[in-house]
Design a protein around this ligand. Structure first.
Ligand code: S3P
Length: 435
């Protein structure tokens, strides 16, 4: 493990470009692998999580290669995934695991899924339960976790399933299983979650039906489908941009342009909340990239104030709470968050990880079952110091790096390695922006 101290920083300035969106990158590889023929992906995130997806798809027959700046995928077609010869190592990636379990569920394939210490603690029952109803069988570790063995069912049985948790991963797992299931698979979504699966499947020629009634979405696919190859441009990841948006907001004198940020309405909650807190964000050159709204963000330092965050916005910023907590720590007044039980089952228990980390650098807060209450210090630097435990969680590492920029003593984190799962050039961009 490589510990690192993130020192107090001068203003963040200039222009940076964050890497491709993680959610979209996973899906581009998976859908490319299911199409017959060649798909080309530009802007793919080359983080460890996405590379774990690529390796698993190769093990099931797809050809995936880097071609200059792009990636090309030669798919095997829906229904013809091969039996992997070895366990599929998912590393730290919950998205790879849950979506690929959906894919395997309706194929005549037996697969073992393994992962690192963080992933092996995360609940898989949420996909095992509905995929079992479709006919797949599972032997998980005690508690419904990895390592697990699963056997797909071909043909699987279509189901109609109401999501018991707001989870794009569970929704996507079922829709992926539905692609090779004769008949109509329907997912009912009471609370909207990121819709990249629905959007991108259409690009690959799949007729995804979405009906809204009584405040719920009914999302259906009728299988088995034929998928046509598609060229994908992956926009920059708003979840990665969020670290720099908060950094520029809290470090005095900052004026930073973050280029090419995806602003899908199911993902942009963090920017809305930051603006409510008083952040100074301009949306420049708003455009459409590969079917997703994109803009360059100009973020200038601003005096932030504490807010009460409406739990209804949580799914659209579910990965951004750790860095929001950092913004809250430097705001004037109290920030209250609630309805965040899901944060306890991410790469780490993000409520307890962030409560512990922020307290260690001098932040006054209270941890509740479903959120944090943070008393902001009005914008003066945090005390800093201490050695923060990141619990194999990339977003804790990057959030506390941002906290270090606005601190007196700097903030030391126990390990920078997890950052490579989603944002391999984070440290380089930070040095560039803070130079
Ligand atoms: C993701 C969905 C979210 C998010 C994760 C990526 C996806 O997880 O936290 O980083 O790509 O579908 P949940 O579905 O568990 O909320």
């Amino acid at each position: 493990m490589t510990a690192h101290r993130f020192m107090p920083s001068g203003p963040l300035t200039g222009r940076i470009r964050v890497p491709g969106d993680k959610s979209i990158s996973h899906r581009a590889l998976m859908f490319g692998a299911l199409a017959v023929g060649r798909s080309r992906i530009s802007g793919l995130l080359e983080g460890e999580d996405v590379l774990a997806t690529a390796a698993a798809l190769r093990a099931m027959g797809a050809t995936i290669e880097r071609d200059g700046e792009d990636w090309v995928v030669d798919g095997v077609g829906v229904g013809t995934l091969l039996q992997p010869e070895q366990a599929l190592d998912m590393g730290n990636s919950g998205t790879s695991t849950r979506l690929l379990m959906g894919l395997v569920a309706s194929h005549g394939v037996t697969a073992a899924f393994t992962g690192d210490g963080s992933l092996s603690k995360r609940p898989m029952g949420r996909v095992i339960d509905p995929l079992s109803l479709m006919g797949a069988s599972f032997t998980p570790s005690p508690g419904g976790t990895l390592p697990l063995m699963m056997e797909g069912m071909q043909p699987a049985v279509p189901i109609e399933y109401r999501l018991p948790v707001a989870s794009a991963q569970v929704k996507s797992a079922l829709l992926l299983a539905g692609l090779n299931t004769p008949g109509t698979t329907t997912v009912i979504e009471p609370v909207p979650t990121r819709d990249h699966t629905e959007r991108m499947l259409r690009g690959f020629g799949v007729d995804v039906q979405v009906k809204e009634a009584d405040g719920e979405k009914r999302i259906s696919v009728t299988g088995p489908v034929d998928m046509t190859p598609c060229d994908i441009i992956v926009p920059g990841d708003p979840s990665s941009a969020a670290f720099f948006a908060v950094a520029a907001s809290i470090v005095p004198g900052s004026d930073l342009i973050i280029e090419n940020v995806g602003l899908n309405p199911t993902r942009n909650g963090i920017f809305q909340v930051l603006e409510k807190m008083g952040a100074d964000i301009d949306y420049l050159d708003e455009r459409d990239v590969g079917g997703e709204p994109v803009a360059d963000l100009r973020v200038r330092h601003a005096k932030l104030k504490g807010v009460e965050v409406d739990p209804a916005i949580a799914p659209s910023m579910i990965d951004e709470f750790p860095v929001l907590f950092v913004a809250a720590a430097l705001a004037e007044g109290t920030t209250v968050t609630s309805g965040l039980e899901e944060l306890r089952v991410k790469e780490s228990d993000r409520l307890s990880s962030m409560a512990g980390a922020l307290q260690q650098v001098g932040v006054d807060l209270r941890e509740r079952d479903d959120g944090l209450l943070i008393k902001g210090n009005g914008g003066k630097p945090l005390i800093g110091g201490g050695l923060v435990t990141t619990h194999l969680d990339h977003r804790i590492a990057m959030s506390m790096a941002v906290a270090g920029l606005a601190s007196e003593k700097g903030v030391e984190i126990d390990s920078t390695e997890p950052i490579a799962t989603s944002f391999p050039n984070f440290m380089d961009l930070l040095s560039e922006a803070a130079a």
